[in-house]
Design a protein around this ligand. Structure first.
Ligand SMILES: Nc1ncnc2c1ncn2[C@@H]1O[C@H](COP(=O)(O)OP(=O)(O)OP(=O)(O)O)[C@@H](O)[C@H]1O
Ligand SMILES: [Mg+2]
Length: 844
């Protein structure tokens, strides 16, 4: 029975709540609403619409429980419902619930659903990603490891920059020691909880000896900069709990229920954290440490067929060994899929059974066969994009889909480009999730570096990034002189800036500029100390640093875009501050808010919980604080934390309202995990693209790619399209790719081929490149045919194909007739100036 059918038989809790809300509204009593909810949230409503296994999972009490099941079987729904049930029926305090989800998007969804079910009490829960939860713990506890709570969080780009400095200073040959490789080694160590001291045990070769040296120096500089990288967030939290057993006890007392979604993608460090919090026996503590607190109830849900983060250390072992890790654990299997049609499911199953050594799973759907899967073979990636765009338009015209119901998936971020080009041309609204993300743009990173330098002067990477941005005449020599003082005195670079008089060998002009820069930092640091909100600090920084002025006076059109991005960043900060401060009346308001909810009244409330309730309520704009109440967190530090933890999938557009039909979502398969869409386009199904080139020679990587395919297929609810391009411009040169082996694994009976490779015969016999080459020969007079000297007629913005450089976009043309030259941007192959008469190039 589909969800729609079920709804007509018996109202789901959501329906009941809608009716309740309407009723409460009509009574005009906002306050009456939460109480009514509480009364009406009976057992039946809480488990309504669940099948027996799901119900068992929701009601389970006591020992740890693992819910394993295929995609779309309601695992996330079980978690969400269980939380509601715990609070409503088992009187569990929301503040004692920790729910871990992989993306911030999923976290928001979970909180939202629980809020629908139990009202304001949901605000007291911790619902977050592993990283966010650890940051929260670390902010409170990290002083025990001699860092301060204002520590910076280094993202991938920062880590890379820092490692570059380290590798350079250690004179490591970049060919033998690419920064990526060193960082991977370090990351693997951290994911396995091996810190820079114990890593020596892993060193056997000279190569590893140097990795270790880099790890140690990198970590020394991170600590000196009062910073942690992403992997540190988890490792450090685990190490804190192991080093301070009383701390572990404190958090065990606090979290009585721990729930983890997407457990198949946890790595060892994350697993260890769960163990610290939930295991009946803990390791890592000192002799004589006893666990005095009963372990909390633990529920994890996952699907080993969807494990797609092995490259970040995720291990299926955590699911497979759950029962031995947590003796006495219960395992519940779900078998009914509520998301997809049987056709889509059959395709997914047919692909995933090709992986070896997996436990067979039964997954069925009763929502009927539905539509056949549509297959399409395009000539080029541009044709593939056009096909997708046409199809979305046709579905929409027929009233069968809104833009927001459609998603286009691809293997790597770079593949979004042709889709964007076609969508822009056709005016089809879309949003790319991931790719060059907003926070990775140069100007945004510069602005954030300014803020970080102000929040944490010891953050060398940030301070040095903006030292001469915009240009203020501080050259490399001056920077080195300051660095020398910092090294000599064992202080941070930022600290050394305060002692310019002690820096030797500085030209007076440089000294003056450095002092000006240090004053600028001091001035803004004082603003932070005074509690000036983050948005005002950002605005002041952009103005007083001269950054805005430089962009404003530039004639480069790109600088215009940069300016717009900074305006956007200020808007983000403003929104953040507004959300943090909200409107209302003081600490009493919190009590009445909580009292209204029927929980947490009076003096019995744990002060830490109370502080958190306050934080949550103000964050949600429900409370404003009068004098005497703790400050809401609109601070620079809080803003930077928010910025550091945004996930790719946070950019997924919100579901459309009644008027608004939203936009098409473009994203990589990795980002799509956990989501669902009515219509899914799975594109680029070519060997070498998906599965990725790298996976073609490794069995285990190929299996991981296959799980990725399984994730992709199972995102679709009603309609699935699978497509590929015969010729694709990868890394510049067009390549002729064979069909993905995953395509062949989908049984033909499920497929409706709209266009097959036969239809592309002209491309089959000779590749696109070869055709261009032939025509070029004709044009420039090679070969047997008579000379035809035509110059391709291109203009800025046109797409072209070059036999060597591949696909490109014309930036500008100069000259005329036979002398016309064009500047063409070939992406990774760079920008080339070409004579149009001679270049083997063709307009697309
Ligand atoms: N018992 C049920 N009755 C009706 N619909 C259900 C039921 N259980 C789950 N669903 C719906 O099925 C869809 C898939 O559920 P959910 O996202 O919880 O699955 P999942 O197992 O977490 O999937 P994934 O493995 O992709 O994360 C959702 O739209 C959910 O609302
Ligand atoms: Mg899920």
């Amino acid at each position: 029975m589909s969800e729609a059918q079920q709804r007509s038989v018996r109202p789901t809790p959501e329906d009941t709540l809608d009716q309740e809300a309407a009723l409460a509204d009509s009574l005009g009593g906002e306050r009456a609403q939460p109480r009514r909810r509480r009364e009406r949230l009976t057992m039946e409503t809480l488990v309504a619409g669940l099948n027996p296994q799901q119900r068992e999972a929701v009601l389970h009490e006591g020992p740890p429980v693992l819910v394993v099941a295929g995609a779309g079987s309601g695992k996330t729904r079980v978690l969400t419902r269980r939380i509601a049930y715990l609070v409503a029926q088992r009187n569990v305090h929301p503040g004692s619930i920790l729910a871990i989800t992989f993306t911030n998007k999923a976290a928001a969804e979970m909180r939202g659903r629980v809020q629908e079910l139990v009202g304001n009490r949901a605000k007291l829960m911790w619902v977050s990603t592993f990283h966010s939860a650890c940051v929260r713990i670390l902010r409170a506890e990290i002083h025990r490891f001699n860092l301060t709570r204002t520590f910076s969080i280094y993202d991938d780009a920062d880590s890379k920059r820092l490692m570059q400095l380290v590798a350079h200073d250690l004179s490591l040959d970049p060919k033998r020691y690419p920064v990526r490789a060193i960082l991977n080694w370090v990351s693997t160590c951290k994911n396995e909880l091996v810190d820079h001291e114990s890593a020596r045990s892993r060193v056997n070769t000279e190569l590893e000896e140097n990795y270790l040296a880099a790890y140690q120096e990198y970590q020394r500089r991170l600590t000196a900069a009062n910073a942690l990288d992403f992997d540190d967030l988890i490792m450090t939290t685990v190490h804190l709990m192991q080093a301070f057993p009383e701390l572990r006890e404190q958090y065990r007392r606090r979290f009585r229920h721990v729930l983890v979604d997407e457990y198949q993608d946890t790595n060892h460090a994350q697993y260890a954290l769960i163990r610290e919090l939930c295991s009946a026996e803990v390791d890592g503590g000192q002799v004589g440490d006893e666990v005095t607190v009963d372990p909390p109830e633990l529920m994890v849900v996952g699907d080993s067929d969807q494990s797609i983060y092995a490259f970040r250390g995720a291990t299926i072992r955590n699911i497979n060994d759950f029962e031995s890790d947590f003796p006495g654990a219960a395992v519940i299997m779900l078998e009914q899929n509520y998301r997809s049609t049987q056709t889509i499911l059959s395709a997914a199953n047919a692909v995933i059974v090709k992986n070896e050594g997996r436990k067979p799973k039964r997954l069925w759907s009763d929502s009927g066969d539905g539509e056949a899967i549509v297959g399409y073979v395009a000539d080029t990636e541009h044709d593939e994009a056009s096909f997708v765009a046409r199809e979305i338009d046709a579905l929409r015209d027929a009233g069968r889909a809104r833009y927001a119901d459609c998603a286009v998936f691809y293997r790597t971020n770079a593949q979004s480009r042709p889709f964007e080009e076609v969508f822009i041309r056709l005016g089809l609204p879309y949003k790319v999730v991931g790719g060059v993300r907003f926070y990775e743009r140069r100007e945004v990173r510069d602005a954030i570096a300014y803020l970080r330098a102000i929040a944490n002067r010891a953050d060398d990477v940030s301070v040095r990034r903006i030292l001469n941005v915009p240009k203020r005449g501080i050259g490399d020599r001056a920077e080195e002189a300051v660095e020398a003082l910092a090294a000599r005195e064992r202080i941070s670079f930022g600290e050394a800036l305060r002692r310019i008089d002690d820096v030797t060998g500085l030209a007076p002009r440089s000294a003056k500029q450095l002092i000006g820069f240090a004053d600028f930092l001091d001035e803004h640091e004082a603003m932070v100390a005074e509690g000036v909100p983050a948005d005002q600090i950002l605005t002041s920084v952009l103005q007083k640093s001269g950054y805005l002025a430089e962009l404003q006076s530039s004639t480069d059109p790109q600088d215009q875009t940069r300016l717009e991005n900074l305006v956007e960043l200020v808007a983000v900060a403003r929104e953040f501050v507004a959300g943090a401060i909200g409107g209302g009346a003081g600490a009493d308001a919190l009590d009445s808010l909580l009292a209204d909810d029927g929980v947490l009244v009076g003096a019995g409330l744990d002060p830490q919980l109370r502080a958190e309730a306050l934080e949550q309520a103000t964050e949600d704009g429900e409370l404003d604080l009068g004098a005497g109440a703790p400050e809401p967190d609109a601070s620079l530090g809080a803003f930077l934390e928010r910025v550091a933890l945004v996930a790719d999938s946070d950019q997924i557009p919100p579901p459309p309202g009644v008027e608004d039909e939203g936009v098409v979502t473009l994203m990589t398969l990795h980002t799509a995990k956990g989501l669902e869409f009515d219509t899914v386009f799975l594109t680029g199904l070519e060997d070498g693209v998906f599965p990725h080139q790298r996976a073609l020679t490794s069995m285990s990587e190929l299996e991981e790619e296959r799980r990725l395919a399984y994730v992709g297929v199972t995102r679709a609810r009603k309609r699935l399209y699978v497509s590929r391009a015969v010729v694709r411009a990868a890394w510049g040169a067009p390549q002729h790719n064979p069909a993905s082996r995953f395509l062949a694994e989908i049984p033909d009976r499920l497929l409706d081929w709209r266009r097959t490779e036969q239809a592309t015969t002209s491309w089959r016999s000779t590749s696109a490149t070869r055709q261009v080459q032939e025509r070029w020969k004709e044009r420039v007079g090679f070969g047997a045919r008579p000379k035809v000297r035509t110059v391709p007629n291109v203009a800025a913005g046109d797409r072209v194909l070059h036999t060597t450089f591949g696909m490109g976009t014309v930036i500008a043309t100069t000259g005329s007739g036979d002398d016309t030259k064009a500047d063409v941007d070939f992406g990774s192959a760079g920008v080339k100036r070409l004579s149009l008469r001679h270049a083997p190039l063709e307009k697309l």
